[in-house]
Design a protein around this ligand. Structure first.
Ligand SMILES: [Fe+2]
Ligand SMILES: [Fe+2]
Length: 274
């Protein structure tokens, strides 16, 4: 199953009438079926990251680049553990709790895998300050509607093309294998968030809905800074790729805004940060 298939697994209209939680439960089943174990990753068959060529200095520099890529994902998944635990605690509906119990396990498994991988390439590195800012924003959001919206509708969706990109440039490695697994999982996390946000917004007041758009406006510039941020190790490629990254970011953010619109939010006052 691909991330797109997972994210598209929306309930049929007649199913939705059956129960307002049918969508969320469907993602619970999907999550159970897609569950994997850290031991399933081909740790001993594949190299952890692409093997470098050239002088020892060049190889060391390449390794630092990959290490910084892994560090950013590790940082994101440690934060996702805290966030999914918050969602599990905050969700009042038993069906949503059931689903979030699987998401907590996913994020914790992702963290375990990144910790293992980063251990093989020299340990933790520089933190992305924008990701820390995003984490604070999400963790301190006032309402459940806002948390689901920021984390699952936006963040988890925006992260999927990033996994694709990393996978494409790290063929035949553990890193590629992990990115493919995480793209599927985050497709499910995003799809489940869309389904649950729809349920939550059925009863939401216009004030709550307006606050979601305000929250998106606070989050988008920070997300853009996160997407374009380069640690020391990647500064030299950062400059080369910046124009392409900006283009990609624009497409991703516009897609996010369309999704928000599809939830019935008035996105006319969303300000895109470019
Ligand atoms: Fe994750
Ligand atoms: Fe996730």
């Amino acid at each position: 199953m691909s991330a797109e298939q997972a994210a598209r697994a929306e309930p049929e209209p007649e199913q939705e009438q059956e129960s307002r939680h049918a969508g969320v439960l469907r993602f619970y089943d999907l999550a159970k079926r897609a569950e994997w174990q850290v031991r399933d990753v081909p740790w001993s068959e594949l190299p952890p990251i692409p093997e470098g060529k050239g002088s020892p200095q060049r190889q060391a520099r390449r390794r630092d680049v990959w290490r910084s890529v892994i560090m950013q994902q590790l940082q994101a998944d440690v934060f996702a553990c805290e966030m999914s635990a918050q969602l599990l605690n905050a969700a009042p509906d038993p069906e949503a709790k059931l689903y979030y119990s699987t998401m907590v396990q996913d994020e914790s498994r992702h963290t375990e895998a990144w910790l293992k991988l980063i251990g093989q390439v020299g340990g933790e590195g520089e933190r992305d300050p924008h990701l820390d800012n995003l984490a604070h924003m999400f963790l301190e959001a006032d309402t459940l509607e806002e948390k689901v919206f920021l984390m699952q509708v936006f963040f988890e969706r925006l992260i999927i093309p990033r996994f694709r990109l990393i996978a494409r440039s790290s063929r035949g490695t553990v890193l590629e294998d992990l990115c493919n697994r995480l793209a599927v999982d985050d497709g499910i996390h995003h799809g489940a968030g869309m389904a649950y946000e729809r349920v939550l917004l059925e009863d939401a007041t216009p004030k709550v809905k307006g606050e979601l758009v305000d929250a998106a406006n606070r989050m988008l510039p920070e997300f853009a800074a996160h997407a374009l941020w380069r640690p020391q190790a990647r500064q030299f490629i950062g400059n080369l790729m910046e124009a392409r990254d900006r283009e990609r970011l624009k497409t991703e953010l516009e897609h996010g805004v369309r999704l928000a619109g599809s939830l019935g939010l008035d996105v006319s006052s969303v300000e895109l940060p470019y």
